[in-house]
Design a protein around this ligand. Sequence first.
Ligand code: PEP
Length: 250
Amino acid sequence: TPNIRPLVAGNWKMNGLRDSLAEIKAICEGVEEPHFERIDTLICPPATLVYVATALAENCALHIGGQDCHSQESGAFTGDVSAAMLADCLASYCIVGHSERRTLHGEDDLTVRAKAEAAIAAGLTAIICIGETEDERRAGKTLDVLRSQLSGSVPETATAANTVIAYEPVWAIGTGLTPTTEDIAAAHAFMRQALTMRLADEAQAMRLLYGGSVKPGNAGELMAIENVDGALVGGASLKAEDFLAICEAY
Ligand code: PEP
């Protein structure tokens, strides 16, 4: 979208040991190229690597983020990580409501909204993930699902600065499958319109990412679609070379 600064975000999921920090270092070096001045770049490593990753990326344009956060700031929530803790580790973004959290951890829209609110309150930019399952798509319910996930998961406090929406069809994640260009264009136009009804001008400037099997080979085509303001990349973000090649599609 004209006037929107694109974001290419990498989600490492539960991948990455200390030796993967070499990839962060290589991405940092890559994004110093003048070409990258036009876009924002982000890697969300596992929580164990966030602090050392932000230290590594301190003097480069690459942002570091979390993959999930608890809705509370602190307390008796064994195993959880709060948005305040991610911010304390100098992260600047946090993914919330990824389909793997929704499916494997039973997170519903209310939970996701509370997490997004917590991320925003901690000064992070929330990347709120939505998307239909294969069954929902077959039943022709894609836009209905997007409408209800947007209204349920996106907080009233969402602005173009503190919120990013990632459209990730569940059936396209990690499968090598992607929707057609027309289907992505329709989903993104629908999201822009639905968000505008609630958030007015903020929605016009909000970044709408596409995610689901984005690779160096298809990034150019996907990123050229109207209302696609960047990508959320899983598997292909694990290698600096692939991630940088996707960034170069802009
Ligand atoms: C994701 O998990 O956000 C994702 C899009 O994964 P992949 O790129 O591997 O399909």
